[in-house]
Design a protein around this ligand. Structure first.
Ligand code: NAD
Length: 497
């Protein structure tokens, strides 16, 4: 068995290792989950809720240890390393609260001639094994965000974390065993091949990661006719209208672009500012970005921006900045690697256009390109000039105007006078349009998404034969036809016709 060494993005030294599990090990892990699943699904929802709330308590009791591990493998500033567990705890509280209601059997109202004599029941039956494959930017949060509703649905879950940041997920999933919960949650570790082996064996695949891998997974899922949820990359636009609150827009743009060193699917990756506000916006953003502290801070809150997690990511950032500069962009601050492995200075680019990689492709780094637009229509046109459609942001103090612009932007979510806000509103669906994804997570259907609806239809009255059954006769046909007309037509002429 080969081993994957996990390195600190901040110093490059080895901080741990995990096995690069092969297909046989994935098969064994999934077989064990499959064996445990019927018992888990048969538990009353309240019992599954109880296990999840115990797990929430375990996460809180182990928060500091997990956040430290997370920081060591991602290089995030402490303020950000310390956010993932509170986020998941909030999600567990939300999902456990809605679980019973979401999964309750329903009896829809009967309609029409053919349904009126039937008893209708709609129940939700979980997919037995759900695979959750996740990226390196929010290893724990993204792994548990889909795992929790899937478990509540009665599914079992196998999580395959990124090979770059597997340690925290493995440690966190150990907690499930530690609390003595049924063996319905497992981690497998390894690279893309391990992930592909998961896709080949589960009943539902929930993937968060790049659009490139998402398309491979969609193909593999189509071959097996299993459903997949894909949460993919983005190129989120921020539109700053001339009547925006400048200070708030500037602070949102800087945090939105630089948080997690820009390695967020929903990072602000391009800003369009209406001409009257452009100069003031650029000056203030540049000053704010200059103030950001780059580095590794342990638990001291000394740093605002950490390193990029992978060397490949650093190369993409360098390529996008070099391409922009080569095509005439100006660098107002940053524009080069920081001292030490993996760092890139927070950067503001101006004089950019849509010929440049930094305005077209996902950069996933601490880069903020700002473009002047003449009006609202141009801002909308440019915001929509992208293969992606994850989310976007609009700043204006005129709420009607902001909403009008939001409704024209082609993205799964638009925040107004805010940034990333939809990541925290779990009651709303979160999902990308176009190349940013397929399906949604969160929202009212977060739990039933991991279920197959089953319709159970029973006869309410039991004559020897129904009017639609054999034998076909002229008289019964005429009666059925007449009755259907009387019930379905909405005018006397058509009822009698
Ligand atoms: P990635 O696609 O390279 O890898 C993601 C995961 O897929 C890893 O665990 C990897 O091992 C696995 N994988 C790779 N090849 C596979 C295959 N053929 N079959 C199955 N699994 C395979 O993505 P990344 O570089 O880890 O993450 C960054 C990307 O994730 C960015 O594009 C970012 O925008 C996106 N992302 C999206 C969201 C969202 O909610 N929309 C959230 C976070 C990150």
């Amino acid at each position: 068995m080969t081993v994957i060494e996990v390195r600190s993005p901040a110093g490059g030294h080895i901080i741990g290792s995990v096995p690069n599990q092969d297909t046989d090990e994935v098969v064994a892990a999934i077989a064990a989950l499959r064996a445990a699943q019927p018992g888990w699904a048969q538990l009353p929802v309240a019992e599954r809720v109880r296990w999840l709330t115990r797990y929430r308590d375990w996460l809180l009791d182990n928060e500091y240890r997990l956040a430290k591990l997370l920081q060591s493998e991602t290089g995030k500033p402490w303020a950000e390393s310390n956010l993932e567990i509170p986020y998941i705890v909030d999600a567990i509280n939300y999902y456990t609260r809605i679980a019973a209601r979401s999964l309750a059997a329903r009896r829809p109202r009967r309609h029409g001639l053919l349904a009126i004599t039937k008893q209708q029941l709609l129940i939700q039956r979980p997919y037995p094994v759900v695979g959750v494959i996740t990226p390196w930017n929010f290893p724990l949060g993204l792994s548990l965000l889909d795992t929790v509703p899937a478990l509540l649905a009665g599914a079992t879950v196998v999580v395959k974390p990124s090979e770059f940041t597997p340690l925290t997920v493995v440690a966190a999933l150990d907690g499930w065993r530690e609390i003595g919960a049924p063996p319905v949650l497992a981690a497998v570790t390894g690279d893309g091949q391990t992930g592909a082996a998961v896709v080949d064996r589960v009943d539902f695949i929930q993937f968060t990661g790049s659009t490139r891998t998402g398309k491979l997974i969609a193909h593999a899922a189509a071959e097996r006719l299993i459903p997949c949820g894909l949460e993919l990359g983005g190129k989120d636009a921020m539109v700053v209208l001339s009547d925006a609150d400048l200070r708030r827009a500037v602070n949102a743009a800087v945090w939105g672009a630089m948080a997690n060193a820009g390695q967020m699917c929903t990072s602000v990756e391009r800003v369009y500012v209406e001409a009257p506000l452009y100069d003031a916006f650029v000056a203030a953003v540049t000053a704010e970005v200059r103030r950001l502290r780059l580095g590794a801070d342990d638990q001291s809150y000394r740093c605002d921006v950490g390193p990029l997690v992978t060397a490949q990511q650093l190369r993409i950032v360098e390529e996008h900045v070099a391409d922009a500069v080569g095509k005439g962009a100006g660098v107002l601050v940053g524009g080069r690697g920081g001292t030490g492995t993996g760092y890139y200075e927070p950067t503001v680019l101006v004089d950019v256009d849509h010929e440049m990689l930094c305005m077209q492709r996902e950069t996933f780094g601490p880069i903020l390109p700002v473009m002047k637009v003449s009006d609202e229509a141009e801002a909308v046109r440019l915001a929509n000039d992208s293969p992606y459609g994850l989310s976007a942001t609009v700043f204006s103090q005129d709420s009607a105007r902001a909403e009008r612009v939001a409704r024209q932007i082609n993205a799964g979510a638009v925040t107004i006078n805010d940034v990333f806000a939809n990541l925290f509103t779990l009651a709303l669906p979160q999902g990308g349009w176009n190349e940013s994804g397929l399906g949604v997570r969160n929202g009212a259907n977060a739990i039933v998404k991991f279920c197959r609806p089953q319709a159970i239809v029973a006869a309410r009255i039991g004559p020897r034969r129904e009017p639609t059954w054999y034998p076909y006769t002229r008289v019964r046909g005429a009666i059925m036809h007449r009755a259907a007309r009387l019930i379905n037509a909405r005018s006397v002429r058509r009822m009698l016709g």
